[in-house]
Write a protein that binds this ligand. Structure first.
Ligand SMILES: Cc1cc2nc3c(=O)[nH]c(=O)nc-3n(C[C@H](O)[C@H](O)[C@H](O)COP(=O)(O)OP(=O)(O)OC[C@H]3O[C@@H](n4cnc5c(N)ncnc54)[C@H](O)[C@@H]3O)c2cc1C
Ligand code: FES
Length: 273
């Protein structure tokens, strides 16, 4: 008789390293058995230890989950108390995380080339998406935006650019970098670069993660050209597994979906932006 493995469980993690990789952005690498069960686009709920006044976990996406090594790679922006304390965790420190949470990226239904559009700390789940596409032999181009050069995670941009070498397929042909202030790459928002790309290439699918206003713009451009678009949304979260109903996403039909269990990746056509 086979024993069903519960979908979302509590797992331990041990910090391997935790370092600053750009202005205000940190990368946590940790060892956890949960890495064996995570799919690109899903997220985990991390408990940051040593402050009993903060009982809620922090929802975080990941760039890489290595099932064989059981390692997980998370990139996070320091925005408040919880993420500031997370940055103080040191190698061999231990805590727990809940996961896998939510639904991840889906491959394009009808094949064809994909366009990935990332803004700010939306890049890690887009890197995970790129890995999924490459493994399936789906080619893609990418646009990666940040406010300014110092906020770009150059390691991941290099990784996107080198994916064809790693996977021996025609994955990332173009990786366009933008900054709002023009300090690196093209000056302007990712949506401006996206308009250029859409004019030059036929895409079957757009994948996006970043600030809500950016994703609304990306969704609008995609849907105006009748291109399918998947967007990874963020909401304030309590539990992360459908128990507290605090992560509502308004849909075009007037209903409310839960970001944590119906998402975080949604079909952009269904979201009321
Ligand atoms: C599914 C999901 C995946 C995420 N993945 C990542 C990731 O990979 N990297 C990353 O840096 N961040 C990610 N976030 C956002 C991250 O969870 C918040 O930045 C974090 O919870 C802030 O905690 P804090 O205690 O430091 O800040 P707080 O003191 O709680 O808040 C500081 C500020 O951040 C805002 N904030 C808090 N929680 C959220 C939230 N869930 N969504 C949006 N704004 C929030 C608050 O409104 C406030 O303005 C993700 C959020 C979700 C829902
Ligand atoms: S965070 Fe509790 S239901 Fe979504």
């Amino acid at each position: 008789m086979s024993v069903a493995v519960p979908k979302t469980t509590l797992s331990e993690f041990v910090v391997l390293d935790n370092e600053r990789i750009a202005d205000g952005l940190w990368r946590l690498r940790c060892n956890t058995p949960l890495a064996r069960r995570l799919e690109p686009g899903q997220f985990v709920q991390v408990e940051v230890p040593n402050d009993g006044s903060h009982i809620l976990r922090i929802p975080l996406s990941f760039a890489h989950a290595d099932a064989r090594e059981q390692t997980l790679e998370i990139v996070y922006a320091i925005v408040g108390e919880g993420t500031a304390r997370l940055a103080r965790m040191r190698p061999s420190d231990r805590s727990t995380m809940v996961g896998p949470c939510g639904n991840g990226w889906k491959l394009p239904q009808e094949g064809g080339r994909a366009l990935l559009v990332a803004g700010g700390v939306g890049l890690p789940p887009i890197v995970a998406c790129a890995g999924l596409l490459c493994d399936a032999g789906v080619g893609f181009d990418a646009i990666v935006g940040a406010q300014t050069a110092g906020r770009h995670c150059m390691d991941y941009i290099d990784e996107l650019r080198s994916m064809p070498l790693h996977h021996k397929c025609d994955c990332a042909r173009n990786v366009i970098v933008t900054t709002d202030d023009g300090s690196l790459g093209m000056r302007g928002f990712v949506t401006q670069a996206m308009e250029d790309m859409l004019a030059e290439h036929p895409y079957a699918q757009v994948y996006t993660c970043g600030p809500n206003m950016m994703m609304a713009g990306v969704a609008k451009l995609s849907l105006a050209r009748d291109i399918a678009c998947q967007a990874s949304l963020e909401r304030m979260m309590g539990c992360g597994f459908g128990a507290c109903s605090c992560c509502n996403v308004l849909m075009v039909d007037g209903s409310n979906a839960l970001c944590c269990t119906d998402g975080p990746v949604f079909d952009a056509r269904r979201v009321q932006w």
